[in-house]
Design a protein around this ligand. Structure first.
Ligand code: 9MR
Length: 372
């Protein structure tokens, strides 16, 4: 059975109990708890991946753009904006009545060199970089004012030890580049939710740095709506108690918590310090890609159990959490097939390579039912 027909059958209320009991959709299962989303790539909203689009329409009530609103895509040259893909992304979300997220305004990756340099290739001044940041945010947030409802304003500003990353933003502007980015975003769309988005906040040192950063921003009156825990997890990291503690720590500051980029890497580690830092690629060794012919049943079950445990924590904190977004739709198109080593066969999401729900899908739906 093709995955399109599974999704269609899933929409035919309750009359068929398919293998894996796919008649419930994710957005129905979590309707009373939080929004449930997926990051989508261009083919999903431009017609190239009709199956992916059908699945997203059926299962999710919020979307994030995997790459199309990043600076290098939307603003590749000083005068040149390319809003075409982003416009289609927003139209797709509106047509399907989804909560539309923008990702991301200020990051050290996927930002062109010209942003930080003058005509002679020298670093720009603090004032000039602030002006460029302001104008970028005003143009991008302003264009989708009232339509994109929440923005990742600053992405990944912290080192693993909790100190501020020495990015070009930080080096040229100073530590207050974060506050400025939020101010500019608020000015461009006063009603938009504004987020600080980060990975590995489940580790204690980084979490402490994150809590301190958000506490200071709030004390200055900076409008931070929520902290995004990206949720790029592994089978053995982080412990659910660390996820639990992280959500509680940010909630205690008075902000909401979103899970923004959820996936679970099932493949062997190829780096000791494996995190979601995209600059840290590695070569896969001979045993680093063990499941090219499919995920064996025990690992499939272990993944389902892992997802059930994670959603148990998310559901426990449903008062704090407004959204849980997966970083991708099916295993076929996940970034984890190419990170940190290229060309592996990974199984991090709830839908398999054909778009069929996996045992992990059933496990999270069961967790939602059990929590009612
Ligand atoms: O999934 C994205 C991948 O397609 C890009 O090649 C990569 C490049 O930086 O960015 C990935 O998305 C990242 C997100 O924007 C921020 N958090 C980490 C994500 C995974 O690397």
């Amino acid at each position: 059975m093709s995955y399109k027909s599974i999704v269609l059958a899933a929409l035919v209320a309750g009359s068929v109990c398919l293998p894996l009991c796919a008649q419930t959709t994710l957005k129905e299962a979590f309707h009373d708890s939080f929004r449930i989303g997926a990051a989508i790539h261009q083919a999903v909203f431009t017609g190239g991946d009709a199956g992916g689009a059908t699945l997203v329409q059926a299962q999710f009530d919020t979307i994030s753009p995997e790459n199309d609103l990043k600076w290098e895509r939307v603003h590749p040259t000083p005068q040149g904006f390319n809003f075409d893909p982003a416009d289609r992304y927003v139209e797709f979300g509106e047509k399907n009545h989804m909560f539309i997220v923008g990702h991301c305004l200020v990051w050290h990756n996927q930002v062109p060199r010209w942003v930080f340099e003058d005509d002679k290739g020298q670093p720009v001044t603090r004032e000039e970089l602030l002006r460029r940041m302001h104008d970028h945010i005003a143009a991008v947030v302003g264009r989708y004012r009232g339509r994109i409802r929440g923005w990742d304003v600053v992405n990944e500003a912290l080192n693993e030890d909790g100190t501020l990353r020495r990015s070009e933003w930080q080096r040229i502007i100073g530590d207050d580049y974060i506050a400025k980015a939020f101010e500019y975003a608020h000015e461009a769309d006063p009603k938009a939710e504004l987020y600080y988005n980060e990975y590995s906040l489940e580790n204690e040192a980084k979490r402490k740095g994150g809590v301190e950063l958000i506490r200071k921003l709030l004390a200055q009156g900076i409008p931070v709506t929520a902290v995004g825990l990206q949720g790029h997890y592994r089978m053995d990291w982080p412990g659910v108690e660390d996820v639990d503690a992280s959500i509680a720590a940010f909630q205690a500051l008075g902000v909401k918590v979103n899970i923004t980029e959820l996936d679970v890497d099932v493949l062997p580690r190829v780096r000791r310090d494996q995190s979601a830092d995209v600059s840290a690629r590695a070569e896969g060794g001979a045993n680093s890609n063990p499941y090219t012919a499919g995920l064996p049943a025990p690992q499939q079950q272990a993944l389902a159990d892992r997802y059930a445990a994670l959603f148990g924590v998310f559901l426990k904190h449903r008062d704090a959490i407004t959204r849980v977004t997966f970083w991708g739709v099916t295993d076929r198109t996940s970034w984890l097939n190419d990170f940190p080593a290229r060309g592996r066969t990974n199984y991090p999401l709830l839908f398999d390579r054909e778009g069929k729900p996996k045992p992990a899908f059933d496990a999270v739906v069961a967790a939602a039912r059990a929590s009612r």
